[in-house]
Write a protein that binds this ligand. Sequence first.
Ligand code: TNX
Length: 518
Amino acid sequence: MGISSVNRFCCALLACAATSCLGGKEEASPLPLIPKPLEASTGKASFRLTPKATIQLSDTSAAMKQLGQYLSQLLAPATGLTLPAGPITTDSAGRILLSVNETDTSLGGEGYILDINDYQVHILAQKPAGIFYGIQTLRQLLPAAIEASSVATHTDWIVPEVQIRDKPEYAFRGSMLDVARHFFGVAEVKRYIDLIAAYKMNILHLHLSDDQGWRIEIKSRPKLTEVGGSTQVGGGKGGFYTQDEYAEIVRHAADRFVTIIPEIDMPGHTNAAIVSYPWLNCRDTVHTLYTGIEVGFSTFCAKNDSTYAFIQDVVRELATLTPGPWIHIGGDESHVTLPADYIDFVNRVQPIVKQYGKKVIGWDEIANADLHPNTTVQFWADVPNTQLAVKKGAQVIMSPSKKAYLDMQYDSTTRLGLNWAGYIEVDDAYNWDPATLTEGVTRKDILGIEAPLWTETIQTMDDIEYMVFPRLPGIAEIGWADTKGRDWAEYKLRLAKHGSRFKAMGVDYYPSARVDWK
Ligand code: TNX
């Protein structure tokens, strides 16, 4: 299908959504897919998943076997079926066929084709990642009850006839979870990964250290977790990931094509590290654990070589745990670091990260340092910093706090969250375009988007879900979908249908009045 037919398809859907179509007999509505696929057309037939269905794999590489198992396990709880996944057989009717074709590069490493007719479901991609995203689309075409954690009764597992060609706009589509202000355990982080991957996000940035806590075991510096990991905001017991636990998170993420980006925030936001090793601060006096929510009062000593020997140890161990290309060095709100010291510090930390084979990401303040060619700058608040980063040739990740901060309250009645960047309702989080938001920052400068969840006020998984849903699917769509096809009036119809999915998933979402939930 060419682009013009896509446009026709989109317009037809819009027109149908507004009125009643199909000869006035049936109320048509857009395919309830988030993010919206690049091209889609529908037919009149449908595919029924029956107990005889199989999952067939075009090759039995480890990656494809893992995808077959993943799909089988995804469908099992609600359907009660355990579909076998294995090589292609002649018994092809009613199957779900997953096939990779390395030579077809037209949809890139994350794109896929999903072809559903009354005979079979076929997901085709150049790479396993594309198959994974095709599976997420198939999942959203099934009845919402597919998300139930136990066998759903009276449900016909039917999907409509569709032909979808899809690929992402941005390579980097992420969320950040702050596990430093309040600690969240392995099971909670895994659930978070599952939720963001369902909306085709591929990055989880973990904010692993801050004034209130240090959350990752560093074997050469054990006090970081013994002391620095022992509390959190409000004075709870805090916690940390052992390196084995962290590796388990990284593996869980990799199986869902999510890259983990570990952040060690420095030179500011470092009280927990400084209490563990007081010489990290220039004033080697007594420091105490901090359980409040102020920012900007702590700093590493940028002048001492011992500070960089420490960072060397941390980065070396972290790099070993990190298959992805990036380590995030923070760099925000270092209000008590002298500006010249701050620049020296960032200049000295970048080569350490490079030495261990990783690339640096830092919050927009790091634009004031001499940026290495591979350093990426994360826009959160300061436009001039971000413009400076672009002038220096850096790629940018867009996390505008006024749009993409998931810890901002929806409105003045929200029981959780902060509001320093404003209130962000579900339409505000959706209605922005990374490529036109900031003067001087254009499409070519942007690696992608990220929606951070800071957790000063967030204590439980339910709290996380309430702030993240329903805003995150919209931000995921900004990262994935073609900007030209995005429109709130149409999007909100699709989002409305996800309310029942959130419920089936047990996601405690905020039922915004701006959406007519189905
Ligand atoms: C600013 S965003 C911060 C965080 C806070 C957040 C609260 C950024 C780089 N720094 O330290 O948690 O505001 O919204």
